[in-house]
Design a protein around this ligand. Sequence first.
Ligand code: AVJ
Length: 330
Amino acid sequence: MVALARSTVLPSQSDDLSDFAADVLKGLSATRKRVPPKYFYDAIGSKLFDRITEQPEYYPTRCEIRILQDNAGDIAKLIPPGAALVEFGSGSNKKARILLASAPVLAAYVPVDICGEMVEQEAAELRPDFSYLNVHPVTADFTQDFELPEEAQSAPLRVGFFPGSTIGNFEPHEAAAFLRNAAKILGPNSRLIIGADLIKDAEVLNAAYNDEAGVTAQFNLNLLVRINRELGGTFNLDTFEHHAFFNRERNRVEMHLASLKRQKVKVAGECFEFRAGETIHTENSYKYSVESLGALARGVGWTPSGVWKDEKKYFSIQAFTLAGPVAPKA
Ligand code: AVJ
């Protein structure tokens, strides 16, 4: 519980703030300006993301929930009785609920998230509905090494759950690193269930990130609102525009904030110049095929062991098994 120990010494907010400041100043100083997408999710950004998931054009959340609902029994067969279920980056408990309702008796359910407040609250909301379940939230950055609670470590095996297409925010080499780290944390014979958005027609992808109501644009621009508020930024929101498009060569949707004119902006006392049309690259959302995610996973020791898709084949839930003493069935 490194995060807890540290917060008794330093208020965690000032910690977060200096990370935010350092990442923004570094990103705006680069030749191609960028800010990491994790900074979208302040209180306002998290609410805007929830609203994105309700937009008619934004299919991923609806598709994934539908796949889980339609196949919960099948997917839950990957979870043997007595296993521990470890959820990576559990923002909301909505998807875990569907899986847990079909799962056998578990040693523990361990939601892992960098936001301690969030993960504790989601756990508290889950407990009354799964009274037999040992819910053991962990506050950690799951892209780094972290300790699983004893109940999960002593279980005969561990099943990882990584829904939400969050894997799409990683560069492919980072996704491979995550898969390697998950194998290390979960250990021999473990399984991994991943929600991944699929490569599809550009029109569908472009619409999903350019919703008619403009919620995704607001979500993107809120990053500048946050920089203005928390880092003393001077961004004029009327002079930046939301750009999102599918980059077919790289199989990713890119989001940018484009400066509509040549201008100077100050952040934390530093001055940054923008050319007319110059952008801040704010997000990559990588899209996979069953083959491309399978290849990435195989490369670090996981064997593909199941795929479920929605009717339109927009989204996938893909399962993997880690080799152990007994060879798993294909
Ligand atoms: C939360 C990363 C899955 O990439 O679709 C939604 C974030 N960005 N609209 C995605 C997002 C713009 C979302 N993920």
